[in-house]
Write a protein that binds this ligand. Structure first.
Ligand SMILES: Cc1ncc(COP(=O)(O)O)c(C=O)c1O
Length: 265
């Protein structure tokens, strides 16, 4: 959001809608917003709400962007982090026309926890767009990659498959643990349905606290640090984002502390 504004562009938001604890795209609003936009930034899979967009949703997004001549920037950094039986589909794989209208951003940093190497890559099938992008990279000096990052990325993609499979199983089990724990012990807080990533989007709105009060309660009383929902834009107020890429023991401690803090209200 800040990049758009910092580049002196106008930010237009298509708010996601929460239905039965699961987020969906409001396609009517999406099409309206496309009419006044030049570029659409897609987050797929979605951070913070954990949706892995279906083929039908991606087709609809892609077709509408073509119809209104809006370039797609698809941030697919969480592509490898899907739960069992959920497949990530790159939007550029939907059709050749959509591929020609898409810039895909990816990185091994989240998947293999190597953000410190500062390595990411871009997939651009369209020759003209690729040329423009490369020229910009060249002009701004961003082509100077970290050599260790290239080696780490290669090693991770070459040898990391089994590790990732086990890690995702562990993270999905953590998600199920959090979901069941909250349903049983803190039913006033809803755990939204997730299909991937290592982030859990928690709905605290029923407690009736302001975002600041909620943050205070969690940080000062429960001593559990989470990201405030409001920092993710409109519709995020009353929510918190929890990172579950940690040991089950830590998750258990965090859940217990949140429960005790809420019971003490
Ligand atoms: C959706 C998404 N895209 C991009 C990034 C940036 O990742 P990196 O700085 O590792 O390239 C993040 C990290 O928070 C993210 O969640």
């Amino acid at each position: 959001m800040s990049s758009v504004k910092n580049n002196n562009r106008e930010l237009v938001i298509n708010e996601l809608v929460l239905k039965d604890n699961r987020y969906e795209i409001d396609f009517d609003d999406f099409e309206e917003k496309l009419k006044e936009s030049k570029m659409f930034i897609l987050c797929s899979p979605h951070n913070p709400i954990g949706r892995v967009w279906s083929k039908e949703e991606l087709e609809r997004i892609g077709e509408l962007c073509l119809k209104h001549d809006v370039l797609i920037i698809s941030d697919e950094i969480h592509a490898d982090l899907t739960f069992e039986n959920v497949n990530h589909i790159p939007i550029a794989s939907i059709s050749e026309d959509i591929a020609q209208n898409t810039i895909t951003l990816m990185a091994p940093s989240k998947t293999f926890n190597i953000a410190g190497f500062h390595y990411a890559f871009t997939v651009i099938k369209n020759d003209k767009l690729r040329r423009i992008f490369k020229n910009w990279i060249q002009r701004s000096g961003l082509y100077l990659h970290n050599i260790a990052g290239i080696i780490a990325a290669n090693a991770a993609y070459k040898y990391g498959k089994e590790w990732l499979k086990e890690t995702m199983k562990y993270i999905e089990d953590n998600y199920n643990y959090v979901k069941e724990y909250f349903e049983k012990n803190i039913p006033e807080v809803k755990v939204t349905k997730s299909e991937g990533t290592f982030l859990v989007w928690l709905d605290f709105r029923q407690l009736g606290l302001s975002q600041n009060e909620l943050k205070e309660l969690l940080e000062k009383k429960a001593k559990v640090g989470m990201n405030s929902g409001s920092t993710f834009g409109p519709g995020g107020e009353g929510f918190m984002r929890m990172n579950i890429a940690t040991s089950r023991k830590n998750i258990e401690i965090a859940c217990n502390r949140i429960k005790n803090a809420i019971k003490g209200l």
